[in-house]
Ligand binder design. Sequence first.
Ligand code: TYM
Length: 377
Amino acid sequence: MNMDEQKASDPLSEEGAGSGPAAGDSNTSAAGVNTADAAAEVAGVDTANADGEPTRLYSGIQPTGDIHIGNYLGAVANWAKLIPRYDCIYCVVDYHAITIEYDPDTMRDAILDTATMGMACGLDPDHCTFFVQSHVSETMELAWIFSTCTAIGALERMTQFKDKAAQHKQNINAGLFTYPVLQAADILGVKADGVPVGDDQSQHLELTREIARRFNHLYGPVFPDAKTLYSPAPRIMGLDGQGKMSKSQGNYIAMKDRSDTVRKKLSTAYTDPNRLRRSDPGNPDICNIFTLHKSFSSPDEVATIDAECRSAGIGCVDCKKKLGASMETAMTPIQDKYEDLTRRPDDVRDALAAGADRVRTLTSETMTEVRQSLGLR
Ligand code: TYM
């Protein structure tokens, strides 16, 4: 292979780099997942990469605060639905969480709390593998190796890095910069070929595929092409209408929030900005409250609200009250399960330990292959 041929087939050459979608780009529209319907369709496959059915899925969530309804609808509810169909591996990614300032005194509890809420949301450790990232050190070894297959220019293009660097000006550390390399190691260490996420992860997953192609190109075919699987609600907007719902923006409803808190938060939530008076007809297509109805209310109620909003038959206050009731119905059983699990923390810890044992075995097997391919052992 001459240099030009090598460059053209090298995914990290300038020709290969930067071809992925910008963060937040999505080929999937932000339709809701109806959590009330147990038989609802599972994930939509990224249309950019839709050939072949994945077999093993991996995804992760940071223990940086309460799991909110954006995490739930964009990721965790979908993860739960995917469990009967795939070998699912889900993770509380604590090593990712230390890339921003945090309190070591509360981190242990935060990790357990995220795992507990994850289980309450349906990540049943009897039917999927659920573990904590820092319990499997082999992944960190793979992250180092992957850092040698990752172009600095590609990391500099990551919009999440740029956003977080702007938010945490006092602490722009190297880990924040190489965060997507560790994410690639998480996924590829277990050779997952599907990654269910919200659409804010699309750029990181495009880089994961670039790293796998680069490694395979240099050292031999070890890693699969991991497809992005979007949930039917890949981007839930914040209650302030300013951007996506996010722990760091405080514009969220937590899965823990009981109905009185939910109703209070909804009462000031942003709606269709053109609907200034009760008598103005609304446009549900641009209203975040309607998006949430599509996720939490029954199809009949969604159809009624759609029609009544457009005809000004219902006002935003009533529409929010109905949403509050639907959310209470969907969230109360999860909250009850969460409270039950908080009384049995050792059961949660034992399940996480069993999950880590399985992932350690899988990642160790990968690492044996990786070290051989690299010519190290
Ligand atoms: P994190 O902890 O920010 O979010 C966890 C999951 O929730 C989704 N999500 C949303 N979906 C829809 N609307 C929203 N407003 C919303 N906010 C969050 C995210 O897309 C994500 O799927 N980098 C990852 C964690 C990670 C990971 C991985 C994911 C580490 N390693 C390997 C997949 C595979 C993150 O920060 O997620």
